[in-house]
Design a binder for this molecule. Structure first.
Ligand code: NAP
Length: 310
């Protein structure tokens, strides 16, 4: 399909970074379209309870913030299209975004494509995904009422979700490869005093067991090499994320993991191309920093468009 419009801004991704960029771009009266592969919200919709986003003293859900951000963007007139971006052509001043709904010609691009939960890559993980192996506690926790489960990882996601899962599960083992958790202190305190949760330190998951559904998890102590099998019915894999930047295909500079490199103005190495949120290399991946990135990227895009007129 050929779209002959020339946009000021094409935003790729509808998580907090993309929606914030959309809100700021629309307030600057830029002709903007946001392309989102699934539904708006990104990883934010997977979060059951968000309690560190300013303005919500009792906390709120990821879905609630998503629907508010989306409503705000739509009220300002942001066009949101369900579309998967395949390739970027950045060879000319007006850039082209090739997608499943056609080509979009634009003066600037804001890449806000986020990140995807990382897999462990151990035997039976893929086969048993959805049959006891999960990457989303909010989505699947309810299925583990009264059951023993394992949570793999030691970051904020693993620790926060282990506490959430203790509402349902009878017993939870956190499998962490080191002897200290990466998660922030307030979350660590909660997990360490939760009677349903134990942490298996210096331990990795090596194999998931089960024919039709998860029946156990083999873990190994990295110091001693000793293995044991936990009789769990669920394995929540929460070991971080990988950036959704395959479509970038070397058109902008990334680090070795695929995170896009930007400066403080969210500019990539290509003039007129910006990146915001979890898809860029940064030190703190949070809802608030994603939203802030989106705002900065939109303002930078506006400045760039102004500079084209001079
Ligand atoms: P993360 O901070 O990257 O932590 C990943 C955890 O998984 C680390 O403990 C890491 O171990 C472990 N890990 C990584 N690869 C592994 C592997 N192959 N096998 C076993 N363990 C492995 O990821 P995250 O917890 O998903 O958080 C992502 C971002 O979202 C972070 O910036 C985090 O702060 C943010 N977040 C914030 C909140 C909150 O503020 N409430 C909630 C969720 C997420 P090592 O520690 O040894 O590296």
């Amino acid at each position: 399909m050929k779209n002959l419009d020339l946009y000021d801004v094409v935003i790729i991704g509808g998580g907090p970074a993309g929606l914030s960029a959309g809100i700021y771009a629309m307030r600057s009266r830029l002709k903007t379209v946001l392309l989102e592969k699934y539904l708006p919200g990104g990883q934010m919709v997977l979060i059951d309870h968000i309690e560190n986003y300013p303005g919500f003293p009792g906390g709120t859900s990821g879905l609630e913030i998503t629907s508010r951000m989306e409503e705000q963007a739509r009220l300002l007139g942001l066009e949101i299209i369900s579309s998967e971006v395949q390739l970027l052509d950045l060879s000319r001043r007006d850039k082209v975004v090739h997608s499943s709904t056609g080509d979009y010609h634009t003066k600037t691009i804001i890449i806000a494509s986020g990140a995807t939960p990382r897999r462990l890559g151990i035997p039976n993980e893929d086969r048993l995904t959805g049959k006891g192996v999960s990457y989303c506690a909010t989505c699947d926790g309810i299925f583990f009422k009264g059951k023993e489960i394992a949570v793999v990882g030691g970051g904020d996601s693993a620790v926060q979700d282990a506490v959430f899962l203790s509402r349902f599960a009878s017993k939870i083992a956190i499998i962490h490869r080191r002897d200290t958790l990466r998660a922030c202190k307030i979350l660590q305190e909660r997990v360490l005093k939760n009677p349903k949760i134990t942490v298996k330190w210096n331990t990795i998951a090596v194999e998931i067991l089960g024919k039709e559904k998860v029946e156990g998890l083999v873990i190994e102590n990295v110091a001693t090499g000793k293995r044991e099998t936990l009789p769990v019915e669920g394995v929540f894999v929460l070991v971080g994320t990988d950036p959704n930047t395959e479509f970038v295909h070397g058109t902008v500079v990334t680090d070795e993991q695929g995170y896009i490199l930007t400066n403080e103005e969210m500019q990539t190495n290509v003039p007129g191309v910006f990146a915001a949120g979890d898809c860029r290399r940064k030190s703190l991946r949070q809802l608030i920093t994603a939203a802030a990135d989106g705002a900065i990227a939109a303002v930078s895009a506006e400045k760039y468009i102004e500079s084209l007129k001079q």
